[in-house]
Structures are given as C-alpha cells and as structure tokens.
Design a protein around this ligand. Sequence first.
Ligand code: ATP
Ligand code: MG
Length: 632
Amino acid sequence: MTTYKEFHRHSIESPEQFWGEQAKLVEWQEPYTRVLDYSRPPFSKWFGGGKTNLCHNAIDRHVAARGKQTALIYISTETGEEKRYTYKQLHQEVCSFAAVLQELGVKRGDRVIIYMPMIAEALFAMYACVRLGAVHSVVFGGFAAASLAARIDDAKPKLMITSDAGMRGGKAIPYKHLVDEALKLAEHAPKKVLIVNRGLDREMALVHGRDLDYAELKKAHLKADVPVVWVESGEPSYILYTSGTTGKPKGVQRDTGGYLVALAASMKHIYGAQPGETMFTTSDIGWVVGHSYIVYAPLIHGMTTILYEGLPIRPDAGIWWKIVQEHKVSTMFSSPTAIRVLKKQDPAYLSKYDLSSLRYLFLAGEPLDEPTARWIQDALQRPVIDHYWQTETGWPLLSAMPGIEDTARKFGSPSFPVYGYNVKLLKDDTAEEVGANEKGVVAVLPPLPPGCLSTVWGDDERFVKTYFSFFPQRQVYTTFDWGIRDQDGYYFILGRTDDVINVAGHRLGTREIEEAVQSHAAIAEVAVVGVADQLKGQVPVAFAVVKDPSKVASAAQQSAMEKEVMDAVDHQLGAIGRPARVHFVTLLPKTRSGKLLRRSIQALVEGRDPGDLTTIEDPAALEQISSAVKRG
Ligand code: ATP
Ligand code: MG
C-alpha cells in the first residue's frame, strides 16, 4: 500500500513518470511523444503529440464490455420522467446527435454554445461536440440574455443548441425565448439554432431558416454511426466560465488529453469508485462540477451517472436520499450550499432511506463550515469529504483521497494537496512560504497538472496576467484564496484574498468569522464582510439567516439574538472577530452557482455600487441587505 504522502511526493518529484503511469488508464489512438512539455512557462502542455477523444473514452470503448450496463439515468422530479440509457443506447444517441451536427456543418475546432436545461439531450449534445472535435461552451440555463450574449461574442459559435424550456419548482422557464433576446444583443450570432423541443412552451416562436427542430432532423440519422474525430491532446475540448464571484467571469479553456487523464485518475484515487457503480452529482451541467463529475468522469470510469432535474426539496427534502437508495449510489457529490438548504428542513428525511450503498459524500464549491459538516455526517452516518477546487483546475486541488489512503479527516478542512499539485501557502507581500498555523495565499508552483486550464479562451496574456502575476517575485499560480496549514499538514481555506478583514492591524479571513457565527445553533447561514471604519480600519459586519425565522420576528428578539451571536464569536474566536453588527435576513446574495457575493454586500454596506451582477441568483437578496443597513 502506498501512502498518500509517497504518492504525492512521487507526482511532484517525477511528474512525467507519474502522469505517464496514469495515462495508461485511458485509450490513445496514437501515443503521445512527451508526457510534459514545459518549454513555454507558465503554459504546460500535457501528452503532446498524442491523439485521443473524450467521447471515445467515455462511451465507445465501454460498449463492448458494458454495452448492456446503464450509462445514464435521467431523473426529473419536474416532469416526472425517468429514463435509462445503456452504454449502447447512449452511443447511438450521441452518434445521431453528432450526425445532425455534421449536417449543420459543425466541424473540428468549431464552437457550439449549449444553453439547455438538465435533460439527457444536453449530455448527448456535449458528447456529440467532443466526438467531432468541436468545442462546446455550456452556459448555465439560469443566465439572463446579456450574460448569454457576452458568452456568444466571446466564443463566436457556429451553432447554438437550446430547448423550448426548463422547469424549476413546477414552473416552466422559457429558454428559447431568452436565446432570441441574446441573439439580438450579440454581435457574433450564429446562423443556426438547434432546438430540443420538450413541448413545455407552447408559445415558442420560430425564426424561419434559422431555428431547427432536433427531433425532425434526427429522423434521418436514427441509425447513424459517426466515427470519432481523433484530436491532438492539446486541442480544446471546451470553454467554461468561472462563477463571477469576484468580478468578470473568465473563459477557462480545457485541453483534451490532460483533462481525460486527470478525470480518469481522480475517479480511482480521489473518489475511490469502482467501474459498474453509480455516481450521483447534484450540480448543474452548466458548472465545472457538472462537466467533470456528471458528464465526463463517471463514464470515463465505466460507471453509471445520474442526471437530476429538480430541486433538493421537492417533492420533499428526502428526494436525494431516495435516489441514493433506489439506484444504489456509491459516490455522491454535492455542495455546502445545498446542504445548508436541507438544514432548514426536517432532519427526519435524512434517516428515512437505506444509504448503505453510499461510500462517501463529497462537497465542494464553498467553505464547508464545521457545524454543517458535522450535521450532515451525523445524520447520514456516512463519511463527508470536503473538496477544494476551482473552475480553472477542473478537478480537486485539496482533498482527502480515500482511493489512495483512508486518512483521518478534520472538520472544516479539505485535508491535503492532491497529487500533481505542488501547493504552497505564500506571504502576500514577500511571496515566501509561511510556517505551520500561519496564513498565506494558496498558490501552486507550476507546471499545473493535467486537467487544469490551458489558457483563458482567446487571451493568453490574460491567462498569464490573471493567474501568474500576483507576486512580482515569482511566477506561481494563484488561487486568490487565503489558507492556513496546521501542524499536522491539514489545510483550511479562510476565504478570498480580497475578503480579508483588517481589524486594527489584525488580518482575519471572512470565513473564520462566519464559522464562529455558525457555531450558534440557530444560524443556518451567514455572510461576513469587512466594512470601512474610521477607528479600526475595518470592522466585520454579519448578515445571518436563522433556521427558524419566528425566532427573530420582533426587534427585541433580534437584539437578543444579535447579542447571543456576538457572544458565540467571542467564545470561538475572541473579541477581535466580533461583528460590529449582526443583521438578520431571509436570503443572502449568491451567484447562480450558490456562492456568496461578499463583494456586492460590502459595496452596499459602504454605500458603493454593487458592481457586475450578471451572475446573481436573486436580486431581492441585495434589497434585503440594503434595507437591513438602512434600518441600522
Ligand atoms: P470568479 O473566479 O469568477 O470570481 P469563483 O471563484 O466563485 O468565481 P469557481 O471557480 O466556481 O468561481 O469557484 C472556485 C472558488 O470557490 C475557489 O477559489 C474557492 O474560493 C471556493 N471554493 C471551492 N471549493 C471550496 C472548498 N471546499 N472550501 C472553500 N472554498 C471553496
Ligand atoms: Mg475564482
């Protein structure tokens, strides 16, 4: 048995040997000539000269041995549909879709924008693109016309694929209508729009000559057998934008070979999953977690993947666990935000179903505070693994890796650097490494491992400037997160570098204070921001959501609760971290991927413009912040 430490060390000391070994997990049509080419830092090129295809590795190569195994289970609690596709059937669906794309002139290197709800055809469309060597840019279905138009202009697509509508909470949400608006705004509108019509929007208008019905076109290609287009390892597989929590989203460009190898290796070493098992990732295909762990990795690993359209609390808060029981899910992946939603529901749902098939629950996307981690782990009686990563990396950067070694976990910590990542915590002024229990900026010494972004789409300069220029002293990849490593080597993420609060010369991560606020049992979630203060430089101000709103209904209750929360912070962190105010709201401003928009909250509290809000989930949350501040 290798230990995690040896495994990691080997990956850093001999990256070519290490990744050459991992590359055997996948099939190459032509072998690569070099594992790593780092002749043009900070750009790393993995498996140069090798030819492969993501679709081939996820679907075609499994058809012989796993043709009859279910590859995809599509479950919609919105429409009540449930469909299964074996590897063989999925292969046919993807070939038919690819044939339609070919008919519409889509070729290797062309961009295709996919703006679709969580339906099986969205996954077929993504696979059909990579099958042909075309580059998909999936845009999250909740985005408004302006955000979609910006992504159209960035990608200059040959084609757009959409649906008439999505469904959320039982209501149809028109998609095609929004595409029409976006195409009016865009300068580089494609000539064709392909529509998967679900029959949910009867008023959908069609533009003659531009809009095409997928079901119609598919008829001529029901038995199509479209050969995969072998692409060179470095050719882009897709473009995907970051969440926009800290400003304008960045178009992450992913390669093919490196991503393929990184995903295949992660299923084995990080998730400890076995081919033939079932993975359930509750994200959306519009986010990186959805790309990597709904669409690609489970199938590359020969597993069954679940695509779920619906809310976590509908028809009731037990729906996810019912799915785990029914489909014998072994590996589940969700987010702290989703778990906090469940925290406001009846906990009895968590023990209602048989979860014995479930090996681990992985959570990523936001800091996982200790109370939430404990709450879900106790309720499920299953290990919960905190995972730290970014759209840029495509797969986890800090995590426990039970596939290699079952290391003990600490609540609040995503454990250790993942193999391939030479993670360092650096002082933000001198770029020197910090010692144990000292705060530093989370950085990765290049070359970045396979799977990470190869560049910013169409903008190499922005790639270097954004990610490798934080420190004038040395060229390292910066995550813009602040972290700390304890004496046992466990990492803790403290928040974004621009979220640090400077109270009378003491630097505190927003996350530390949020964690302390959350130690009060009545609190479901909280956002803490630093607000300018004449005396202290900055003071923390908290906006908290309580589990039971009737507990803060009156002004007297609010001030009593505010006092209790402040005491809880004093107790946990000391008076230095005590928020100057604790405001109670019912909703926090988040991006559509569920991340807190602290920068906008801070701007509002300081009376500034909240900035770029294209990715906000619900603008009403900002109004609550404004009125809370006005009430004083
Ligand atoms: P943008 O870069 O456009 O501002 P974003 O950083 O929110 O948006 P993502 O790539 O979706 O976009 O999110 C990655 C970030 O999410 C990380 O840099 C980190 O701040 C946070 N994050 C992800 N997982 C964790 C985790 N397990 N613990 C703490 N923070 C996490
Ligand atoms: Mg980011």
